[in-house]
Write a protein that binds this ligand. Structure first.
Ligand code: GAP
Length: 459
């Protein structure tokens, strides 16, 4: 993981948030290549869940919501992590995680009193991760919602609003709007990619646990009690999508929760085998029953019953949710693609990303930097290709170095303009070499065929 984080920083995928001020815990910025990879992951996810699905539509809801939303969802009361502090060095620990490390399970639904009893029983075996001391403050249920004063002009923070603790709430708020304004009929789904914010006690492991992150969510609305079959299908589809996007199946696994969050009646994670950390949650798939719409109906007093257009039957649909953190997906895609191999007798680092996810699809080089006619032709080819996909022009250093640079960022194709392109060998006029990232093999191709060749390879 150290090599991967170092590559991410060195090559402009990820920067520490507020870097020039010393960095801010749990915050990361996506750099020039990072934002391309992130956007490609989002685009592929959207293609799968909206574009290629008959009964799904997309949504983008406002981040700020009526604060009552978070009362209805259960987040103002039940969305907390158990926090304790080392009395010697004031390091904050997440009690459930520390108990987990010594094999003790703290149930999500435990009260503060119950958590304290459990912690007292076992805390002699727990050491402060920073200073090793064993003296801790009592456990406090620490609410993870991030409060802001948006729209509060009193200056007293009397009416806080919250940043979204989970992105999906916007979907529940718009369920009725979608039913009323589209031809969607139950069963149907709504997909959304949105930001979430959590006051994580100990952000850690690079992009894995941050305080600001994005979630790619689908909520599938079904008739009451018709959840089981659809849930199983959705679970399998989500697993298959990761494999289709190039992740090795051996690095993925399902894990069922035995410790359910307050809204779920069944929950499975898709875990990825992160380097150094091992298998951990990348996506949560939750059977939320009628919890969300029932709660919002109660708190908003708006009737959220769905009326079956054929039978007239009224009911609150049940919901099956998939929720994947984009940061965790990003980390999994990069980790899975990261390869050190040998090519032409040299070791190299290469990101073997699925071409459709690669930040740059094609790099264009003039063989020599100091031959204006080569540079001009390379610029012409570059100008043609960049109208179709993300391309990069590079004339720095020798061609071997340029290949290495592109390998490191996962560029599937490198095109070189040489003297034959200019007609030194008349049979090869207007042809170029195109090199494959994974095999290093080069073939000669007409310039006019490049666009279609690359297009076919990146779908
Ligand atoms: N709407 C359901 C929900 O939010 P969750 O299991 O809390 O469920 C879903 O979160 C996904 O969001 C997780 O599987 C993970 O990928 C991502 N996620 C959650 N907390 C995160 C954090 N602090 N940093 C980065 N990603 C996070």
């Amino acid at each position: 993981m150290e090599k991967i984080t170092s590559l991410c920083k060195r090559r402009g995928f990820i920067y520490q948030g507020s870097d020039i001020y010393g960095g801010m815990a749990g915050m990361y910025d996506f750099g020039p290549y990072g934002v391309e990879l992130l956007n490609n992951i989002k685009r592929e996810w959207w293609k799968e869940h909206v574009q290629n699905k008959d009964n799904y539509v997309g949504l983008d809801s406002a981040m700020f919501k009526d604060p009552r939303v978070w009362d209805a969802s259960g987040h103002t009361s039940g969305f907390s992590d158990p926090l304790s502090e080392c009395k010697k060095c004031n390091t904050r620990i997440r009690v459930d995680k520390e108990l987990g490390r010594i094999g003790v399970t703290a149930d999500e639904k435990m009260s503060e009193v119950e958590l304290n009893a459990l912690f007292d029983e076992h805390k002699s075996k727990i050491k402060c991760p920073k200073c090793g001391a064993t003296d801790f403050t009592p456990v406090r249920a620490f609410n993870l919602l991030v409060k802001t004063n948006m729209g509060d002009f009193t200056g007293k923070n009397e009416t806080p609003v919250y940043l979204p603790g989970e992105a999906c709430q916007g979907i529940y708020l718009n369920f009725k709007n979608v039913v009323d304004t589209t031809r969607m009929k139950v069963p149907f789904g709504i997909a959304q990619i949105g930001k979430a914010f959590r006051n994580e006690i100990s952000p850690r492991n690079f992009l894995f646990r941050t305080r600001e992150f994005e979630q790619a969510d689908t909520q599938y609305f079904v008739r009451p009690n018709e959840n089981k079959e659809a849930y199983e299908k959705i679970r399998q589809e989500r697993f298959a999508w990761y494999v289709k996007m190039g992740i090795k199946a051996a690095n993925l696994r399902f894990k069922q929760h035995d410790n359910l969050v307050f809204y779920a009646s069944d929950a499975w994670d898709i875990e990825y085998n992160y380097p150094s950390y091992g298998f951990d949650e990348m996506e949560g798939i939750h059977d939320r029953t009628d919890y969300d719409l029932t709660q919002h109906m109660k708190h908003s007093t708006v009737d959220l019953n769905y009326t079956d257009p054929h039978t007239g039957e009224k009911y609150i649909p049940w919901i099956l949710e998939t929720s994947a953190g984009l940061g965790r997906m990003f980390l999994a895609f990069i980790s899975d693609a990261y390869t050190e191999d040998e090519l032409g007798g040299e070791t190299r680092t290469v990101l073997k990303l699925a071409p459709r996810l690669a930040p740059i699809k094609c790099a264009v080089f003039p063989l020599l930097k100091n031959k204006p006619e080569l540079v001009a032709k390379a610029r012409e080819v570059f100008a043609m290709l960049r109208t179709e996909f993300m391309c990069e022009f590079d004339d720095n250093g020798n061609v071997g170095k340029r290949y290495r640079r592109q390998d490191e960022i996962g560029t599937p194709f490198c095109v070189t303009i040489d003297f034959d392109t200019l007609g030194e060998n008349p049979d090869l006029l207007n042809t170029v070499t195109i090199r494959d990232r994974d095999t290093g093999e080069q073939q000669r191709m007409k310039i006019e065929d490049l666009t279609n060749y690359i297009k076919k390879a990146i779908v």
